[in-house]
Unconditional design. Sequence first.
Lengths: 658, 151, 173
Amino acid sequence: MIPEIGHFALILALLLALVQGIPPLIGAHRGNATLMAVARPAAQGQFLFVAIAYGCLAYSFLVNDFSVANVARNSFSQLPPVYRFAASWGSHEGSILLWALILALWTTAVTIWSRHLPEDMSARVIGVMGLVSFGFLLFILVASNPFVRLSPAPMDGSDLNPLLQDPGMVFHPPMLYMGYVGFSVAFAFAIAALLSGKMDVAWARWSRPWTAVAWVFLSIGITGGSWWAYNELGWGGWWFWDPTENASFMPWLAGTALLHSLVATEKRGAFKNWTVLLAILAFSMSLVGTFLVRSGVLSSVHAFATDPTRGIFMLAFLGVVIGGSLALFAFRAAKMPTGGSFTWFSRESLLLANNVVLVAALGAVLLGTLYPLFMDALGMGKISVGPPYFNSVFVPLITPLLFLMGVGPLARWKQASLPAMAKQLRVALAIAATTGVLVSLASGSFKPMVGFGVALAVWIVVTIYLGFAQRLKYIGGPTLPALLKIPRGFWGMQMAHLGLAWVVAGITLVSGLETERNVKMNIGDTTHLAGYDFTFQGVSPHEGPNYRAASGNVEVAAGGKQLFVLHPQKRIYNASGMPMTEAAIDYGFTRDVYVALGDELDNGAWTVRVFHKPFINWLWIGGLFLALGGVLAASDRRYRIALRAAEAPAVAPQGAQA
Amino acid sequence: MKSRNKKLLAIGLAVVGLAIVAALVLNAFRNNLVFFFTPTQVANGDAPKDRAFRIGGLVVAGTIKRSADGMNAIFVVTDTAKTMPVSYSVKDNGPLPDLFKEGKGMVAEGKLGANGVFAATQVLTKHDENYMPPEAASAIAQAQKAQTLVK
Amino acid sequence: MKRWIPLLIFVALAGFLYVGLHRDPREVPSPFIGKPAPAFTLPVVGQPGMTFSPADNKGKVWLLNVWAPWCVSCRQEHPVLMQLAQAGIVPIVGLNWKDKDREAEALLARLGSPYTAVADDVSGQTGIDYGVTGTPETYVIDKNGIIRMKHIGIINEEAWQTKFVPLLKELNQ
């Protein structure tokens, strides 16, 4: 009964999405207030029904209703409840429903916080989002229904893929989707601006907080995904340039470019068309990413659905949404006036350089991801494009960007003085270079790349300091009240830049300094790595809720002092019989110690893999700072003032109606 | 700056950017593309001698042999037409994946040694036990097609 | 003019994606179509001492359905096969693929068996000889023991009507 309610709720949601899409857009075009007023209630209703549908699916998973095919395929009676819940988005069908739910959630957020917008603008934005919702809900009902029943019902399910049974899996897909789908708001604003022809500065101001929030979620999602890969895939890596990772990274690059371009558009009225195009690009990349991962067109860790019908439907949907909006752009963009003037060395030109680099990097990643597909489609053989390609393209592209990151925030709008800035930045450059040399010397054997990466990170940190110093000089010196007067937008930017510097330092340090050893260990054997002694004390059996495991006992000591015992596991999952390596990690601010079991040999001996990973946690700490910066920027006072100012008159008639 | 100059600046930046990206991408592609060959193609001498490539197929049952210290493994891969011996150093490259088993599909990346043994540096299996990596499936299908043509 | 560039790039991209979709690695045409079904002799599930070999069905048009107790899609396909078996349209032989946990017999006892016989391919070797890439897959084998068609995935109503019915009619003439 519950799955049928869910199915029915989806059908109602589909109809409401249509109501949310069509009348408000017509109303906005004709200036008909009645039709425009349909947008908000329809969107909220749509959210309600999608939420009911999702609730029904989650309920079916929680109560182990294996008569639902999706539950039977992706869950198992012995699966712990939290993973049963997570399994509801672990499957193809469930993940697309989650997409639709989150889209409806963002739309509802727009209905609540858009009262300060002109009525036709908000009607268009909500309408566009309604049409996107309609496409997704139609896809779910036609090609990807999660509520299909099995008759007779199997006794038990075939379990969630053990790889997905990790705490990281509980929060990282929803975060990623919040980010992906969040770019739909900026997209809808861009389309609304194109439709109305009103590409004023206000448009950029309205989009900015939404874009920032979506970007925050995406940043957290990517960081979480990397953390999941590090903990769960058992290879000690944290980024594999896997198509799925690229699928989340490409919208992030586009979104980052959009965030910066929006600044120039809002503050100076510059790059209006470009900003619109980036807003379309960011959401398009989200859709393309979903398509790549979910259509099975590229083989990857996550492509568990290979179903051409779904692929064709999704591709058609992509064609309509992306093709349609780019065509609209081609027709309407020319009509919009271009903004203020600036010189070749100014905040604007530096932001433009940032955008060019980010979009170029995005193009290189997209090309690398799709290249095997191109070759295959042209019948030129099967190839794979691995991390070496991405590293050798991405690193040289991003390096100048990191350098510019130190310059950009200090440059003035319109026209900056190169000699003055060179003088200002001389000290920063000297500090960065010195630190780089010292670090690369201190790292044992001379490692230029480590020094260079650290120098870039230090460069950014010093310029952040200079940025605050410059700011404080204008508002009365380095005092606490002055510091508090600095708007949150500025804090947010610097915090995000600091986060990125932290990530860069972490990446270069761990890539350059990590050490690894694979050895056969008899019971009682000791191996040494990076000053640690690892003693293998055999394995003991361990019973998990839905798996059996051989749990290793590895004592770790340093300088003759026992530090801790790690328990890496080799699991066999009961339902699928799938083996899984579960690494054991001792986390630390300056290093991780990572132990994984390989294969069992004779007499209780095992092959054991040990890693010493210096500073790896800086990646994730930096990622969180990046996200925190986005939160600060989105919560800047001026957005709230704009909201409150507009809300006051808007709320009164609402109350009167009620 | 006049808007015409600004436009020139934008176009100039874009062109320079594109040129750099194109150069980087082409260079990276030239050095880092990994082609895929089936054991039959390798047996026919189609595979490069000095360059890394990938092979795919099934691990022949009963062929996985490990050295006593577990640090080296050798096994035979087949596309059902031809077979190909593969060696893999656990010491240098880490343990074999969990789903690496006899009779299962896998893909290996490495170089062909002078002795005709494929020295793998990476072994990949799909993360789902019941399906083969698409490349392995395609290798087998190709070999079977060739076989039926011969008969 | 230049405002059309993004659209043109996208159209080219979409074209490639479209072609890519049709190159589903799992939908490789089976090289066995029109060739004799590979021979095998395997024990029959639930009938100790009995064996099955494709030669036993010489002179009949029959289906070889590759399935496994651990396969959820097969469970989904099961009722369709039951209907076909009850209607007596065509004999269906099961190939119990890689059933390491030995669950097939109990499962068929519980759900009912659509098969005239179930050959037990524990090692999976027969499946490999037939080029099985996943379960379920179904082969149509004619009176002379020639494979006439291979269907990948679940047999649903539509696949049955469009792919199987015309072929079976032709073969049975």
